[in-house]
Ligand binder design. Sequence first.
Ligand SMILES: [Zn+2]
Ligand SMILES: [Zn+2]
Length: 257
Amino acid sequence: MKIIFLGTGGAVPTSARDNTSFLLEMAGELWLVDCPGSLTRKIIKAGREPRRVSAIFISHIHADHVYGLPAFVHSLMLEEKSVRLFGSAETVEFCLRLLDLFGLRKEKISYRVEPVVLTPGLRTELSPGVVVIGWPVPHHTSSLAFFFETPRGRVVFSGDTPVHQPLFERAAGADCLIHDCSTPSRYLDRLPFLQTMHGNSLELGRAAAGAGLRILVPCHFFSDLDFSPHEVETEIRKYYGGRLFIPEDFSCLELEP
Ligand SMILES: [Zn+2]
Ligand SMILES: [Zn+2]
């Protein structure tokens, strides 16, 4: 299984990092997780065919996770293909309204978006032996973390969220946890909203230390602020001694079986 990062930044894109989204590639399947920016271009730049995407997952409806969806569908409108769109009930409803604003679900559009509402905690089969579970996290009413359970491993994406212990209990033993790590902890005083909305590297390292993860991937960096990946790593390493992967845009992480 490969995880290809199309963006690794927070709400403010910079020259180094676009807003967070990634591809999951496994056994010929290509799934897109979150939809910011020019996805068609980024997927091509990552060496993949946009038309191969068979499922889209949206973690929540903040603009930096969803604004690229209409443009992605528009760019594929002539393809005779359907794509499943997964999210919470609120997210799916919002996305359909967004597509309808642009007329992207009309009969003449060959590329069909099929909405699938994930009931929190329930298992939904994606393909034989592959399951996704949505799990609410405390960031926005529409927010879901995603648990992908596959024969090649278990991948968890927190979406945007502060460090939330129940998520770490549920993610225990995962092969890969991709988690919100918006800033180092020294920004908590200056930006108090971080405490209830986003993860920081110190708390992430502390929570991950006991979770038995194979790989921890901090992501969603506020790269418009003045900190380095080294500072993030140093804080995580105060508690967490396991494998750590700090992605850049277009990094590819291959999970060995
Ligand atoms: Zn965000
Ligand atoms: Zn958000």
